[in-house]
Write a protein that binds this ligand. Sequence first.
Ligand SMILES: C[S@@+](CC[C@H](N)C(=O)[O-])C[C@H]1O[C@@H](n2cnc3c(N)ncnc32)[C@H](O)[C@@H]1O
Length: 357
Amino acid sequence: MSEQEPKTDGKQLEQLQGKVVTDVAGAMGVVMAYMGDQLGMYKALDEINAATSEQLAEKTGLAERYVREWLAANAAGGYINYDAKTERFSMSPEQAVTFAKEGHANCMQGFFQAVVSSYLDESKVTEVFRSGAGLPWSDHNGCLFCGTERFFRPLYAANLVDTWIPALSGVREKLEAGAKVADIGCGHGSSTIIMAKAFPNSTFHGFDFHAPSIDQAKARARDAGVAANTIFEVKNAAAFPGGGYDLVTIFDALHDMGDPVGASGHILSCLSDEGTFMIVEPIAGDSVEENMHPLGQIYYSFSTMVCAPASKAQPVGLALGAQAGQKRLTEVLNEAGFSKVRRVAETPTNMVLEARA
Ligand SMILES: C[S@@+](CC[C@H](N)C(=O)[O-])C[C@H]1O[C@@H](n2cnc3c(N)ncnc32)[C@H](O)[C@@H]1O
């Protein structure tokens, strides 16, 4: 042993190494899961019920030798089951909803896709650590935009209309009667479309500064049959048009903005007198030490890879981060002129704030 080698505690080192091995297994599991999604292997396996590698290869039209290796990796990770007697692989109902059932509230494929996007963009983010520059949202690979939508849409579908909007003071009644709504940083428009479907008497304006996302949002609105009461436009949060909005929403995007105070100030100036600003943000405690858990690790990591660089690529570049916490978010909203801010709802992953003048 060299003289410089640090003195380590054997038990603590063993524990840490064990955790790292588990994490590395998980990192490989994510890429296996993503490939299974892209190649339709989980869906096919779920449909066949129990299959040998030959049967799954035949059903998917994929090369059997690779399919066999992928199946073994998944079974070793507990993502699917393996019966040694029959040499067949299968999925339990819980595995099927997690890996194969697109749109199910428990399907994690959007999550996996967003993680893979981080790996694909690692070199760009490594570079901004050195330069201190920002990395615009639009400079990420397309996996991020699709993964974000796939991950958040089921959360919005499960909570937005039934829980979050009713928790806001007097908003559901206005939406039922016919209100004017703006959804800022709407991305592919999943939140806008869910609201437009539920409240056909109201008009929903979706704004985002990322043109390809707005194109997607328009196409999805047509597919969902809500083209008549949705209008999507490429606009910056600090300069979207119109006034007299009864409700303005931002879903998981305020912390991505370069100038969240400026954007919130513009929102206040566009609201009607009794208008409401609803902000959905990642759940977080107010201090770093409150966020020392796996979800905190996930959010801080996405924030490192995507949110902080996206904010720094814009004027002001505040870089709030995805774990800002309610106290810091309230300061931002107060500075913009919102005097009443309260938490109206939360899920294990998100908090919902209501801000009023
Ligand atoms: C994490 S995504 C969330 C998208 C969508 N709200 C959702 O929940 O699926 C953040 C979005 O904010 C948009 N965005 C960031 N800064 C913006 C700004 N200053 N003006 C308009 N949109 C912005 C990005 O283009 C991106 O679509």
